[in-house]
Design a protein around this ligand. Structure first.
Ligand code: HEM
Length: 437
């Protein structure tokens, strides 16, 4: 059977995406109008197939290839191969190595104290604003998570974390800002020079950390660069891996927290349950220990529900390497499969009243009733997010530190509009009024 979808247009689909307000909302519209499997024009690859049914997604979960053209924009951040589209035979060992660091308890424990200090600094700064002007939660939280991942990846000692953080922001503004036509000060030449210098500085910083490891620095599975050096990765691949980690890790984790605060600010009854749990588990302590995190089950359910309603990475992509059957449809090899994570999370077949914020959806009993891929904020299969566990630890810790001390209310009259800026971003930030508890 032919896959349904809108009539092709001569502009290659650009107009339809713009009219919908962006690709993230266009996909919601496509699935609402055409059902769970839709073909549509996608600039860059001509046509793509979007699948919003979690059971049909199973047929695609093994695919280990991303469409190169859609990820070309990330090529300037890599010196060796573009890591987003690395060939499967090289990707598999690289992924295993990353997981051995990011997903392992040693690295979480090693960085936990520093993460707690950084989160506490933000809580202090926000507490000083209690009863006054609103805080820009998205801006401050993405700055915090960038700082966290810079220190995590490069270590606190070998690098100047302030300078590293600023340099990475410069690189991002140039390379991703251009993608979204975000105005950047200066002439194009000046901006390119600034971004090139910042990238060169970051790469030289990684090289210094690598050299320190080679000359006998400590290396175990808690340390990203150490693990990469020991696994015999090339210097260029190590620099690229750090760059891609910073890129993949910071906005995503920051907005996971700011969207959660946004929802809690609008649902005081849920916020009250979260703080009750924090008081019960932490007592008088201002911050959790690493071992406390798994006792903060309601906080975790709340974070999950926030990432369902606002998945920080709203979509992903694969390219089929063989013909596939998707229910009543067949797609040939070479098809671009576009994953609409947001539409999957709002699929009314698996999420009754999909727009309602209800952390109870994530009790173990409710979770067990749903198909495996009904909830996929970190993607699926061999190209899914290697940072999922680390991100969860960071987000839970930051939420626990902030919510133990502070209460958040929305700013009356400020409308929060999700837009797509590489991540699911709030157009004019998520300003919040803060009070101390
Ligand atoms: C809440 C925070 C985060 C979210 C929601 C998120 C989500 C995602 C998603 C949706 C993908 C694409 C998956 C796919 O195509 O199936 C991805 C890829 C990736 N993420 Fe994350 N991420 C987060 C944090 C992190 C962190 C903290 C790190 C690293 C420390 C990280 C590292 C990566 C890497 C390296 C990839 C590329 C995967 C590959 O191609 O093998 N992410 N992430």
């Amino acid at each position: 059977m032919e896959i349904p979808g809108p009539e092709p247009r001569p502009d290659g689909g650009l107009g339809a995406i713009a009219e919908a307000g962006g690709l993230h909302t266009y996909q919601l519209r496509l699935h609402a109008e055409h059902g769970p499997v839709v073909r549509f024009q996608l600039p860059g690859v001509e046509e793509a197939v979007s699948v919003a049914d979690p059971v049909l997604l199973e047929a695609t979960a093994h695919i280990d290839k991303r469409p190169e053209r859609l990820f070309e924009f990330l090529a300037p951040l890599c010196e060796a191969d573009n890591l987003q589209v690395l060939a499967a035979d090289q990707h598999t060992p690289w992924r295993r190595l990353l997981l051995s660091v990011f997903a392992g308890r040693p690295s979480h424990e090693r960085h936990f104290a520093r993460f707690t200090e950084l989160a506490t600094d933000l809580a202090d700064r926000w507490a000083a604003r209690a009863g006054g002007e609103p805080v820009a939660s998205q801006k401050d939280l993405t700055a915090l998570t960038l700082r966290m991942i810079c220190e995590y990846s490069l270590g606190g000692d070998a690098a100047d974390p302030d300078k590293v953080t600023r340099a990475f922001e410069t690189v991002l503004t140039e390379h991703l800002g251009r993608l979204y036509q975000v105005p950047v000060p200066g002439t194009q030449d000046e901006r390119t020079r600034r971004a090139d210098e910042a990238l060169a500085y970051l790469r030289a910083t990684v090289d210094r950390v690598v050299a320190a490891h080679r000359s006998g620095g400590r290396a175990d599975r808690s340390d990203l660069i150490g693990a990469l050096v020991e696994a015999g990765q090339s210097p260029a691949r190590i620099r690229d891996t750090v760059m891609v980690t910073l890129l993949a890790a910071h906005h995503t984790t920051g907005v996971a927290v700011s969207w959660t605060l946004h929802l809690l600010g609008r649902h005081p009854e849920v916020a009250a349950r979260v703080t009750e749990e924090l008081d019960r588990v932490l007592g008088d302590r201002a911050a959790p220990a690493y071992a406390d995190l798994r006792r903060l089950t309601y906080l975790d359910m709340t974070l999950k529900e926030a990432m369902r309603l606002y998945p920080p990475g709203p979509y992903g992509a694969r390219e089929t390497t063989e013909p596939l059957v998707l229910g009543e449809y067949e797609i040939p090899a070479g098809t671009t499969v576009f994953y609409p994570f947001w539409a999957v999370h709002l699929n009314p077949q698996h999420w009754p009243e999909p727009q309602k914020f209800d952390p109870e959806r994530f009790t173990p009993e409710e979770t067990a009733k749903r198909p495996r891929y009904a909830y996929i904020p970190f993607g699926l299969g061999p190209r899914s997010c290697e940072g999922a566990q680390l991100a969860t630890v960071e987000a839970q810790l930051v939420l626990a530190v902030l919510l133990k001390r502070l209460a958040f209310r929305p700013v009356p009259g400020h409308e929060v509009t999700p837009i797509e800026r590489f991540v699911l971003w709030a157009a004019d930030d998520i300003p919040m009024l803060v009070s101390t508890r």
